[in-house]
Design a protein around this ligand. Structure first.
Ligand code: GLA
Length: 734
């Protein structure tokens, strides 16, 4: 596409740009949006537009000339991949030290190419080159048209004579023009994960980052929301939902420049991460994944959910297993007999599987609490004299599948593994060890450690082919970052954070090559290890150890901005004071599991759970694969309401809760307007998950039009006596 460039004229003390003929315009388009890049006469590539797609592609060439920015930093603020060390005064995307020690960098547009692997996908690849040094950068933009999702990453190639040090190597560098920008970042800590905080971005840089090493989330999160022109709203306004898909240290820089426009630079955290790139080698950054919507966060989330289910999450369109987990029921205190009893409880409850948690391994140092045994993955002969194989058979005889917990990347200093392979452990050899949950992290940059970790899983499956599920935990961060292996191989220590994550992906790749389908849950001592790179290998994740159901309403609400419900594991536990109905109803909004002593349930509680699991089996398809609508925010109302609608709009389910008692008698005085139904269809509504003996205050089977339900609404009648109400909405065909 031919286009324009700028020449500068001096006018009343200010320099402005006016357009002239230039060379290339590149439009990266989805169904609704376009990111437009343009190379000027000097081959400097800038982002000139990010907004609604234009009907005529030729119109993109005229976008840049409409703006009149002072010349000073034009072409640098909106540089498509901002180089450091020449004339850039703002946050760079790429900062390097060349083979000769020079730290300057400039990047010029060379060429681009767009391919279409299938009808819904396109990949645009843009090549940039330093005019002085033989360093090449390729910018990749992959789009999923229908879902309005874009994935961006970068490949940096060293064609110089010697090694180049990458000091900062961003995945993506975006530029947005608008009046105001609001950022919602998600901060937290253990048991308080993913707390949204919205702020107006003012001139300067707001950085969200993480230095945890083994995981991205916990304190901060690589998930973010940018709203343009005003705070984010659920059903209106332009918003971007984004995530850096990297399971380690990340950095998100939101810089409002002196033109009051937003520069967004995201990637691996450069903190202690200078990366030496040998001649002839390339470095591929992780991806930034994002979606844009003009109709608020609701639509943006649905786009991400659909994309994730179809294209990213392992088996995203498949099924999941309901389960009974023994963690909070037994902790480390169990044996074969106790477990056999729990298999029967799982069957009685009506779930698909029993999941054996922590504590089943370790002999020299038995895993009877969390300060010993981690790393020694042999069955503890006292607790399990007949091994895992026997348990799998026993569970099968009881009528349930069997799954197992592992934490393969970690080691307790009190373990055989630590004693035999100290060089496999991340620790500073000259400093005292510092523990997180009494454990240390294994050095996954070391191929031997990768083999060891792969071997744990491979061994379990080889010996127990009927093993149905793995819960993969990760309960420590990296302290005292140091790798004996990197040292031995003369690789800089600053590679460790990056190579750790790459090593993890290598292991997971091998596991999935051999065991492509078996469901695996990603857990991380509470939330914090769910991103769209690692979720290529996992079917689901654990959002938090906090299972208090009122907290969960908020937490699941927040996770739902970025992740579909089929990926979010929600277990019913004894946390909190809410009745069993409330707890089961909340957990039924994700992938349902139980972590309670089922045998201690009262007759009515058990009967309720059994019926609720049957009901869940009836509607889980909509929760897992349907469209989600966040109807009533718990942040703004004493009640919360979330609806799921099947793709064909024939059936829907409404969850509603009272979570705060302040000034409330009836929390839903007004009806709740449903969404996503077919206005022309007729629907019968019915309350389900009633506690034994309870009667619904709604007329069973009452018929409404979709038109009525979406415009007038439906009243679940949530109040003091009915703190949790689930309503099924089914099309009536006459
Ligand atoms: C972490 C997990 C829990 C449980 C324990 C076991 O805290 O989040 O669900 O598996 O580890 O030690």
């Amino acid at each position: 596409m031919k286009s324009i460039y700028f020449i500068s004229i001096f006018l009343s003390g200010l320099i402005f740009s006016i357009p002239c003929q230039s060379q290339t315009t590149i439009a990266v388009e989805t169904a609704t949006y376009a990111i437009v890049l343009q190379a000027d006469k000097e081959n400097m590539l800038s982002t000139v537009y990010c907004g609604n797609k234009l009907e005529a592609a030729a119109d993109y060439t005229g976008i840049a000339e409409i703006s009149r920015y002072p010349q000073g930093n034009a072409g640098i603020y909106n540089n498509a991949y901002t180089p450091a060390g020449t004339w850039n005064l703002s946050e760079p995307a790429l900062q390097v030290t060349h083979a000769d020690g020079n730290t300057s960098l400039d990047l010029k547009y060379v060429s681009h190419l767009t391919t279409k692997p299938d009808a819904n996908t396109s990949i645009t690849e843009i090549t940039l080159q330093d005019p002085v040094y033989k360093l090449t950068v390729q910018l990749f933009y992959k789009t999923w048209n229908k879902e309005n999702v874009i994935e961006q990453w970068t490949e940096i190639s060293n064609k110089e004579q010697g090694p180049v040090i990458l000091q900062k190597y961003a995945s993506a560098n975006l530029y947005f023009t608008n009046k105001d920008f609001y950022l919602t970042s998600f901060q937290g800590e253990y048991l308080k994960e993913l707390q949204p905080m919205e702020e107006k971005l003012l001139q300067g840089t707001r950085t969200i980052d993480s230095k945890l090493g083994t995981r991205a989330m916990l304190l901060g999160s690589p998930n973010f929301m940018v709203s343009f022109g005003g705070p984010a709203k659920e059903n209106s306004g332009t918003v971007m939902l984004g995530q850096l898909a990297w399971s380690g240290n990340f950095k998100l820089d939101f810089e409002v420049d002196s033109y009051k426009n937003l520069r967004l630079i995201t990637g691996i955290n450069p903190y202690q991460a200078a990366y030496t790139l040998q001649p002839g080698k390339s470095f591929k950054t992780p991806s930034l994944i994002y979606t844009l919507s003009n109709t608020g966060t609701g639509e943006a989330s649905r786009q991400l959910h659909t994309w994730a289910r179809k294209y990213r999450l392992l088996d995203g369109q498949g099924e999941r297993l309901t389960l009974l987990n023994n963690w909070e029921a037994t902790y480390f205190d169990f044996d074969e007999n106790k477990l056999s009893g729990l298999f029967k409880d799982a069957k009685k409850l009506g779930v698909d599987m029993f999941l054996l948690d922590d504590g089943w391994f370790g002999n020299k140092y038995p895993r009877n609490n969390d300060n010993a045994g981690l790393g020694d993955w042999q069955e503890n002969v006292k607790k399990l004299p007949h091994g895992i194989g026997y348990l799998v058979k026993e569970a099968k005889a009881a009528g349930v599948k069997f799954g197992i917990w592992i934490e393969p990347e970690m080691v307790n200093p009190k373990s055989d593994l630590y004693e035999k392979h100290l060089d496999w452990v991340i620790r500073q050899p000259q400093r005292p060890e510092k523990y997180y949950r009494n454990q240390l992290v294994l050095d996954l940059s070391n191929p031997e450690v990768q083999n060891f970790v792969f071997g744990i899983i491979d061994d379990l499956f080889t010996k127990n082919p009927e093993l149905a599920f793995i819960k993969w935990d990760c309960n420590a961060v990296i302290y005292n970052a140091y790798s004996a292996w990197l040292n031995k191989n003369k690789i800089p220590q600053t590679h460790l954070y990056t190579e750790y994550v790459k090593g993890l992906y290598i292991v997971l790749e091998r596991i999935r090559a051999k065991y492509p389908k078996v469901p695996m849950m990603l857990c991380s001592g509470g939330g914090g290890r769910a991103d769209y790179e690692i979720l290529k290998y996992f079917t689901e994740f654990w959002p938090s150890d906090n299972t208090e159901p009122v907290e969960r309403i908020f937490l699941q609400w927040d996770y739902s901005y970025f992740f579909p419900s089929i990926a979010i594991d929600c277990h019913v536990t004894d946390w909190g004071k809410q009745p069993i109905k409330f707890r089961v109803d909340v957990a039924s909004m994700g992938k349902l599991g139980f972590d309670i002593v089922a045998a201690k349930l009262s007759e009515n509680d058990l009967a309720f759970c059994q019926q609720a699991i049957k009901n869940y089996n009836g509607f889980k398809d909509i929760v897992w694969h349907g469209n989600q609508y966040r109807l009533l925010s718990p942040y703004e109302n004493p009640a919360a309401a979330i609806e799921y609608v099947s793709e064909d709009k024939t059936t829907a389910i409404l969850f509603s809760y009272l979570h705060s008692n302040r000034f409330v008698i009836n929390a839903t005085e007004r009806p709740i307007q449903l969404k996503g139904l077919d206005a022309a269809k007729k629907y019968a509504v019915k309350e389900i998950n009633l506690y034994p003996g309870a009667k619904s205050t709604l007329e069973e089977g009452k018929i409404y039009t979709g038109d009525f339900l979406m415009n007038v609404g439906l009243n679940p009648d949530v109040n003091y006596g009915r703190t949790s109400v689930i309503i099924q909405i089914n099309e009536v065909v006459k």
